[in-house]
Design a binder for this molecule. Structure first.
Ligand code: SR1
Ligand code: MG
Length: 407
C-alpha cells in the first residue's frame, strides 16, 4: 500500500481508505496504522462518503474520513455536483471549532485535492433525527443549539468582525453551488406546480395544489428567498436540520456544514426549529397513545423554546460587550433580535413545506409506512408550515410563535 499515490482526486473505497491514511503523516498521531484496523462506510446523508476507521483492539482510537463525491449521492451521477463543497465544510468547521469547540467534532486536517476532511469520530453519538424518531428525550438539546448558534453567529457577524474581515468572509464562503440547491429546493420548487423534482404522497396532492395556488404564500416564499440571497448577517451552517446534529446523553455536536455561507441568522435557527416540529407532526401518527404524543410534542416545543431563549440571552450578552458603540443602542438590539425571530419563524415554515412536497424529504415522515397515516402527518406539516410563513411578520416574542404551533 505504500506505493499508492493520492496526488489527484479519486473517490475512496473501503479498500483504499487505510492506504490513503498511511500516505498522510498527520495520521500517525491519531492511529496506529500498523495495527489491525476496521473500516466502515457510515454515510447516510444525501451527498457524501463517510468512513469510520478504528483500531480493532482499541476502538476508542478512531477517526472519521468524510469525502465529497462529484455528484449528489442520493440522485447518482446524473446530478453532478463539484467536490468543492468539501472546502467550504472544512473551513466552516474550523471556524465553528474556534467559536464553539464543545459543539462540533474536532477537525484534524483537510485535503483539498481529495476533497476530504479527517475529524474526530463521534463513535457512540447518534444522529438526532433517528433518536427523535424513537421518541428519545435528549437532555439539553435546545440549549446546546442556542449556545452553538449564539457563539458562531455572533463571532462571524459585523458585531464582532472589522468590516474588511467580514467582507472577506462573505467572499471566502460564496459557496454558489450549494446555495443554489437551497434556493431551488427550499424556496422555489415547493411553491411551483411545474417543478419536476417535487415528490409527494398522492394523498396530499389536493393540499399541495391548494398551497401552490396561494398567492399570498408565494409572496412570502419570494420574500424569504430574497432574504436568503441578500442578507449577509453571519456565517451559517446552512443546513441545520436534525440530521446535522449528533448526540450522546447531554453532549450535542453539529456536523455536515458543507452548505455554509454568509446569510441570515434566522435560517439556521428556523431549520432546526422546523425539524423539531416535523418530528412532532410525525409522532401524531407514529405514537399511538394520546398522552405520550402530547408529552413528546410539548418536549419538542420546549426544546425549540430553549434554543431560542438561550440564543437570545447569549447573543444579547455578546452584543452588550461589542466594541463598536454603533451596536449599543437597546432599541437597535431589540429590533435586531425581533427581526431574527421573524426570519426564524418564516424559514421554519418554508423548511416544513419543502420537506413534505419537495425533492428532499425527512425520515420522520417518509418512515411512516401507511400512506393514509403518513398523509395525516404531512397535512399537519403543510398547515403548520403555511401558518408560520404567513404569520411570521406579526411575531414579536417566541411565545407568539408558540401560539402558531398549536394543533
Ligand atoms: C441534493 S441535496 C438535498 C438536500 O440534502 C441536504 O441535506 C440539503 O438539505 C439539501 O436540500
Ligand atoms: Mg448534510
Amino acid at each position: 500500500t505504500d506505493a499508492v499515490s493520492f496526488g489527484a482526486y479519486r473517490p475512496l473505497s473501503l479498500d483504499s481508505v487505510v492506504a490513503y491514511l498511511r500516505s498522510r503523516s498527520e495520521s500517525a498521531d491519531l492511529l496506529d496504522l500498523t495495527a489491525d484496523l476496521s473500516v466502515r462506510e457510515v454515510g447516510d446523508g444525501n451527498l457524501n462518503l463517510v468512513f469510520q476507521v478504528a483500531e480493532r483492539d482499541r476502538p476508542s482510537r478512531s477517526l472519521l474520513v468524510k469525502q465529497a463525491l462529484p455528484y449528489v449521492r442520493v440522485a447518482g451521477e446524473g446530478w453532478p455536483l463539484s467536490t468543492r463543497r468539501a472546502h467550504y465544510e472544512a473551513r466552516s468547521l474550523r471556524r465553528f471549532f474556534e467559536s464553539a469547540p464543545d459543539f462540533v467534532p474536532r477537525p484534524f486536517w483537510h485535503d483539498d485535492v481529495m476533497a476530504l476532511s479527517v475529524m474526530e469520530n463521534l463513535r457512540e453519538h447518534r444522529v438526532v433525527r433517528g433518536l427523535l424518531n424513537e421518541r428519545r428525550v435528549l437532555p439539553g438539546l435546545g440549549e446546546a443549539m442556542g449556545r452553538f448558534l449564539a457563539a458562531t453567529l455572533f463571532d462571524t457577524s459585523d458585531f464582532a468582525l472589522p468590516s474588511d474581515e467580514k467582507r472577506r468572509l462573505v467572499g471566502d464562503f460564496d459557496n454558489p453551488e450549494l446555495c443554489r440547491i437551497t434556493e431551488d429546493l427550499v424556496f422555489t420548487e415547493p411553491f411551483s406546480e411545474a417543478a419536476e423534482r417535487n415528490r409527494f404522497n398522492d394523498l396530499v396532492a389536493n393540499d399541495v395544489r391548494d398551497l401552490q395556488g396561494d398567492e399570498s404564500l408565494r409572496a412570502h416564499a419570494a420574500r424569504l428567498k430574497l432574504t436568503f440571497l441578500t442578507s449577509a448577517q453571519a456565517l451559517l451552517h446552512g443546513d441545520l436540520h436534525t440530521g446535522s446534529v449528533m448526540s450522546l446523553g447531554d453532549d450535542h455536536r453539529v456536523i455536515d456544514s458543507e452548505f455554509a455561507f454568509v446569510g441570515p441568522m434566522g435560517f439556521d435557527l428556523g431549520l432546526f426549529l422546523a425539524n423539531l416540529l416535523l418530528s412532532a407532526c410525525a409522532h401524531e401518527v407514529r405514537t399511538e397513545h394520546r398522552a405520550a404524543r402530547a408529552e413528546f410534542r410539548s418536549y419538542l416545543l420546549q426544546e425549540g423554546r430553549s434554543m431560542w431563549s438561550t440564543f437570545e440571552a447569549d447573543f444579547r450578552e455578546r452584543l452588550a460587550k461589542a466594541e463598536s458603540p454603533s451596536w449599543n443602542s437597546p432599541a437597535f438590539q431589540d429590533a435586531f433580535l425581533q427581526g431574527v425571530l421573524r426570519d426564524t419563524v418564516g424559514f421554519a415554515g418554508c423548511e416544513m413545506i419543502r420537506r413534505t412536497v419537495g425533492f428532499a424529504h425527512v425520515s420522520d415522515l417518509d418512515g411512516i409506512e401507511n400512506p393514509e397515516a403518513r398523509a395525516v402527518a404531512e397535512r399537519l406539516a403543510l398547515t403548520l408550515g403555511r401558518t408560520l410563513m404567513l404569520e411570521a411578520q406579526g411575531v414579536s416574542t417566541f411565545d407568539d410563535a408558540l401560539r402558531l404551533m398549536r394543533w
